[in-house]
Ligand binder design. Structure first.
Ligand code: NAI
Length: 464
């Protein structure tokens, strides 16, 4: 293994050991490349420690809370008595710790030099790292910038005991009585859903005219309706002017003059790129509003410097980071891999009901000039969905007489259903290619088969 204290160059120096960075390191090491992985905190990054994994553990607890409430309707005697936050966080932290042990084990067994400390680019081949033992210089033929993203706040709205981002809100010691969620994007609706299940009164304040604006409009409508039924208030086309806080409460002032008194404000207005203070400017790496633009092979404007994950404009998703990291490792090793296509990356929002999608929305397809048809199969006609007590739909967006361009799913279970949909979109299948494949009955996945039958003009359990 090369010693970073010496001038021996690595094949790859990776700055940041989150999803993009560690995936790149593991794949590169598998391919026999000499790798240095620079990380100032813990391997695993936002996804493992402050994002995907801990929040989904909490959302699972939320699902169980709702299950306890719903028991009677199924003839099961259960009551929801409240949330034991200590026990809930202990389980969440145990899951994170177990995955962390596994990941550090994988990295430890691979031939990867982990350099602990804050790193910054000095030039296109050199990263200087402030380690506990002083500054170390690590050089590589390629430098991969994988520093990820951070939770944005709004001007004048500072994190404190009554104002939090998702980072602090995932460790709440008490369930707040009243919550205002600023931003109805992915994080906003996941936390709104979770806190409602825990018993909070929740109001979402969203600047745009609908929730989860990156999704098919029909998915936003269904979510808003389902949230209303669950007692979550949604205020769209509403902007926050300021927030006042004292020891007991927070007052959210809206631009239209209205105000709202709550116990907690959750700010979920997007995630910004972590690109400041890491030497990008010094190394001549161009940025655009802090993001690092790349070509499809994830090369920046500076020869030998690549970027992966949330720093690269596009969907900020851990699985996109993994794919980016693997791509760069294989590209450097000369395997000529296929570039990562954002369009075939599935997106999942883990609120109740879940939302999952892949490919184009009908709006995006139309605005790119395609003649599209939309076919929606309601989960109300799907036995397993009814049994599980969920409603929603599977919507296919297809080019007229052509392939499926996008699939949009709403309902409990959408997160797992989307994987078949992603193959359909990725392989440019026509609905007629899907119908010969018999789906197991009774499953929720049948809904995708039914949507394809509907789109082929031969519906079984639906009206044409
Ligand atoms: P987002 O971009 O999804 O949503 C932010 C929302 O805040 C937007 O709808 C925006 O219109 C609204 N907003 C902005 N300023 C506002 C203001 N002043 N007043 C009211 N509303 C305002 O960002 P979010 O939810 O913070 O998530 C960040 C990223 O993390 C996203 O790209 C998301 O994909 C990713 N993520 C993915 C998850 C998943 O895959 N399940 C889970 C959590 C995050």
């Amino acid at each position: 293994m090369a010693d970073p204290a010496t001038s021996t160059p690595f094949d790859l120096v990776i700055l940041g050991a989150g999803s993009g960075g560690y995936a790149c390191a593991l794949r590169a090491a598998q391919l026999g490349l000499l790798v240095a992985l620079v990380e100032e905190a813990e391997i695993g990054g936002t996804c493992l420690h402050r994002g995907c994994i801990p929040t989904k553990a909490l959302l699972h607890a939320a699902e169980l809370a709702d299950g306890a409430r719903a028991g009677a309707a199924h003839g099961v005697r259960t009551t929801f008595e409240g949330i034991d936050t200590e026990a809930m966080h202990a389980r969440k932290d145990k899951i994170v710790a177990q995955l962390y042990r596994g990941l550090t084990g994988l990295v430890g067994q691979a031939d990867i030099e982990v350099v602990a400390g804050r790193g910054r680019l000095v030039d296109a081949q050199t990263v200087s790292v402030e380690t506990a033992d002083g500054a170390r210089t690590v050089t590589g033929r390629t430098v991969v910038v994988a520093t990820g993203s951070y939770a944005r706040t709004l001007p004048g709205i500072e994190v404190g005991p009554r104002i939090m981002t998702s980072e602090q809100a995932m460790d709440l010691a008490e369930i707040p009585g009243r919550v205002a969620v600023l931003g109805g994007g992915v994080i906003g609706v996941e936390f709104a859903s979770m806190l409602r299940s825990f018993g909070s009164e929740v109001t979402i304040i969203e600047a745009l005219d609908r929730l989860v604006a990156g999704e098919e409009a029909a998915s936003s409508q269904q979510l808003t309706r389902a949230f209303k039924k669950r007692g979550i208030t949604t205020r769209t086309s509403a902007k926050v002017a300021s927030v006042d806080t004292d020891e007991d409460r927070a007052i959210v002032h809206l631009e239209d003059g209205d105000s709202l008194e709550v116990d907690l404000v959750l700010v979920a207005v997007g995630r910004g790129p972590r690109s400041e203070g890491i030497g990008l400017e010094e190394a001549g790496v161009a940025t655009d509003r802090g993001f690092v633009p790349t070509d499809e092979r994830l090369r920046t404007n500076v020869e030998g410097v690549r970027a992966v994950g949330d720093l690269v404009p596009g969907p900020q998703l851990a699985h996109r980071g993994f794919a980016h990291g693997i791509f760069v490792a294989e590209d450097i090793a000369g395997l000529d891999p296929t570039p990562v296509d954002d369009l075939t990356i599935p997106k999942v929002t883990y609120c109740d009901p879940e939302i999952a999608s892949v490919g184009l929305s009908s709006e995006a397809a139309k605005s790119s000039g395609v003649d599209v048809e939309t076919h929606a199969y309601p989960l109300g006609g799907n036995g397993r969905s009814l049994i599980r007590g969920t409603s929603g739909s599977v919507t296919l967006v297809r080019e007229k007489d052509g392939p499926v361009l996008g699939v949009h799913i709403v309902g409990l279970g959408a997160s797992e259903l989307i994987s078949e949909a992603q193959l359909v979109v990725g392989w440019e299948a026509h609905p007629e290619d899907i119908t010969p494949f018999v789906h197991a009955h009774p499953t929720q996945s049948e809904a995708l088969g039914e949507a394809a039958m509907l789109a082929s003009g031969r519906p079984l359990h639906a009206h044409a």
